[in-house]
Design a protein around this ligand. Structure first.
Ligand SMILES: [Zn+2]
Length: 410
């Protein structure tokens, strides 16, 4: 194997990945105007359905444009030895491998973020705006970006610095220490994300006493679930799209409801959505996902440790002096097909879990309000009711609306 061949393998992976993705998108788009199945005929009225079709077509075209731009840019960057160029800049600043790596990733991340910002700006302020979803102000949009960068610098930079330090001290054994670090970080984030990170972006207030809170407490009692931490988040300051999620475990477990969800749904429907979330908890999906992701991280880090010292990785990207950060980039590009497969497997599990959580809500509460809430949420986000099965298989973390309704009616 020469570095030249490895370079072409990387290029081939990027192109094949892109082509497969675009074929799936096109297949999916061909079914945007299918006749709706009987169970879904009442989701949209005539006008809203037309609007949803327009929304899907607009997003399809826009995504084709952005992803084409991004692949052309990536290939050009690789073809012009861009990574070698950035590596040189970073090496001009310091001789410390950790600082070099931090500067290197800093330039790559901020560079690519600046290039993609016009697209996300257009998506938010033109497309989402046109279809009535956007509530973000321009000031908030850029403030979010700034906070995102800051968080990335502190958390991402800190973790990267530690991992490279492990590599310097322990050689290829670094993966074990890196794994330990990532495992602790993942657990910590799962426990305290809502307490530490969410407040940087949103306001969360405990759900006020009243009829809704009573209904929720009443339900929680029937299934023996201690649910005293129910928060309402001001999702409406960015978008009209609604959501609800569960986070943490043990004494830190809490449910977060978007204010938009509370606006859109009836009390019964909100309790049904909550019952679904409680189902995820009771069926141990949260713990499963946590450990699966820690396990996957361990496997990935182990495979990385087998290759990271090989100068071939750096040479493939046109860099003569091997280093951890260049090796990491090359590895990341080569690993893409494997992470596609693991992502697919995680989606399979996730869709199975969604059925289980729906069943839980049906058995401990009622199916009807869950069905009507899913319909309302689909309508309000103009979601696609007729996705292509291959697209669902590859990309969907949830079963389709039709599948969920059929399962709930069983
Ligand atoms: Zn779910």
């Amino acid at each position: 194997m020469t570095s030249q061949i490895l370079f072409y393998i990387i290029i081939a992976i990027i192109i094949v990945n892109f082509v497969v993705d675009k074929i799936l998108d096109a297949l999916n788009a061909k079914h945007y105007n299918d006749k709706l199945p009987k169970e879904l005929e009442d989701v949209y009225d005539e006008e809203a359905y037309k609007k949803s079709q327009k929304y899907k077509a607009t997003n399809y075209k826009f995504d084709l444009l952005t992803s084409s731009f991004s692949i052309v840019l990536t290939l050009a960057f690789l073809g012009l030895d861009g990574f070698a160029y950035v590596d040189q800049i970073a090496r001009g600043i310091s001789e410390n491998p950790i600082i070099i790596a931090l500067v290197f990733f800093g330039i790559i991340m901020i560079g690519s973020d600046i290039l993609t910002t016009p697209f996300s700006y257009y998506s938010t302020f033109v497309i989402e705006e046109k279809f009535g979803f956007n509530k973000t102000s321009k000031k908030l949009f850029f403030l979010d970006k700034l906070k995102g960068w800051l968080m990335m610098t502190i958390l991402g930079g800190g973790i990267l610095a530690l991992i490279i330090w492990f590599y310097q001290v322990t050689g290829t054994q670094f993966w074990l220490y890196a794994w330990g670090l990532m495992a602790i970080f993942t657990l910590f984030m799962n426990m305290f994300y809502s307490k530490l990170i969410v407040p940087l972006f949103n306001k969360q207030t405990p759900l006020e006493a009243g009829s809704l809170r009573n209904s929720i407490s009443k339900y929680a009692k029937t299934v023996g679930f201690k649910l005293d931490k129910i928060f309402v988040i001001d999702g409406s300051k960015r978008s009209t799209k609604a959501n609800a999620y569960f986070s943490g475990f043990g004494s830190e477990k809490r449910v977060t409801l978007y204010d938009t969800l509370i606006n859109d749904l009836e009390e019964d429907e909100i309790v049904a959505v909550l019952a679904h979330e409680v189902g995820h908890y009771k069926k141990k999906h949260i713990i499963f996902n946590l450990f699966a992701s820690i396990l996957l991280t361990g496997i990935t880090l182990y495979i990385l440790s087998l290759f990271i010292s090989n100068p071939l990785l750096s040479n493939a990207l046109g860099v003569d002096t091997p280093s951890f950060h260049i090796g990491l980039i090359a590895f990341g590009l080569l690993y893409a097909p494997i992470s596609e497969v693991t992502g697919l497997i995680m989606n399979l599990f996730s869709r199975k879990f969604e059925y289980q959580a729906d069943d839980y809500a049906k058995n401990t509460f009622k199916a009807e309000p869950l069905i009507s809430s899913l319909k309302k949420l689909s309508k309000n986000s103009l979601s696609n009711l007729t996705p292509h099965p291959a697209y669902v298989f590859m990309h969907y973390s949830h079963p389709t609306l039709l599948q969920r309704i059929q399962n709930l009616k069983k």
